[in-house]
Design a protein. Structure first.
Length: 265
């Protein structure tokens, strides 16, 4: 395998790099281009990772673009010189389309991917879509790189990526808001703030882990907690009303989807 070039090593790029190293990808195969590398990134140079090298980087098997989407116009023009027709280009820039990437990498297999922040602990989920140049081997390579931070799903229709971003890309913020709102509601019900926050935090985290491990649908798990006429049923009557969580979440995801389309132009 040729070199793996990572462009941008912030939170998401750094999470991917950690995942690759954890999977025993040879550090000497990895090159990182990051204008402001953290101390942790700089320290990897001792293990063989090349940080901002000067001169020729050699054959690049995969070029992973993890810069912020708004910096893409400045960051991308210099990158095509580092890739060739055999290079698989993988972008995790939100909103930047396959067409946008193909303007810079006309001869390369291009994969657009949308990860989410649980990638930082290896529990993320990424959805990817490739252009017509993505062969079975190119897809396998891209899949392996993306899987270093969690699950990977592929779609054939790039138009779905805005909805993907709205559900899983932005989704962690919705869950964190739930924990925040639960804690505030606990305080309003008379709990000490510290206890309310701990109860909300651990309940959301534990429920998420149960959902992860259980083969049962989320609806079934919800029903298993709900006794007829009990306290949970009383709360769910409010949360599942016509102006409750389900219709509100539908509106929220629709708003995020629309904004994704606007940002993509």
């Amino acid at each position: 395998m040729g070199k793996l070039l990572l462009v941008g090593c912030g939170k998401m790029g750094g999470a991917m790099l950690d995942g690759w190293l954890a999977r025993k990808l040879p550090p000497k195969k990895i090159i990182v281009l990051e204008p402001q590398p953290s101390k942790a990134i700089k320290a990897l140079a001792k293990h063989g990772v090349r940080i901002n090298p000067r001169g020729d980087v050699g054959d690049v098997a995969a070029l992973v673009i993890a810069v912020k989407p708004q910096t893409a116009p400045d960051a991308l023009p210099s990158l095509p010189a580092l890739a060739d027709s055999k290079t698989v280009v993988v972008s995790i820039m939100a909103g930047r389309t396959v067409g946008f990437l193909e303007k810079h990498f006309a001869k390369s297999a291009v994969v657009r991917a949308m990860p989410n922040t649980p990638a930082a602990i290896g529990r993320g989920i990424t959805v990817a879509v490739g252009n017509k140049r993505v062969t079975a081997s190119a897809r396998k390579l891209a899949h392996g790189l993306l899987a270093a931070t969690g699950s990977v799903e592929w779609v054939d229709d790039e138009a779905l990526m805005d909805a993907v971003t709205a559900v899983s890309g932005s989704g962690p913020a919705y869950v964190f808001l739930l924990a925040e709102a639960m804690a505030q509601a606990g305080v309003a019900a008379g709990l000490p703030p510290t206890l309310a926050e701990k109860l909300a935090r651990e309940t959301v985290a534990g429920s998420g882990e149960l959902l992860h491990r259980s083969p049962l649908p989320a609806a079934t798990l919800r029903q298993n907690v709900t006794s007829p006429g009990g306290t949970t049923a009383a709360a769910l009557e409010v949360l599942m009303s016509n102006d409750g969580v389900p219709p509100l979440m539908t509106k929220a995801v629709a708003a995020a989807t629309r904004r994704g389309k606007e940002l993509a132009g």
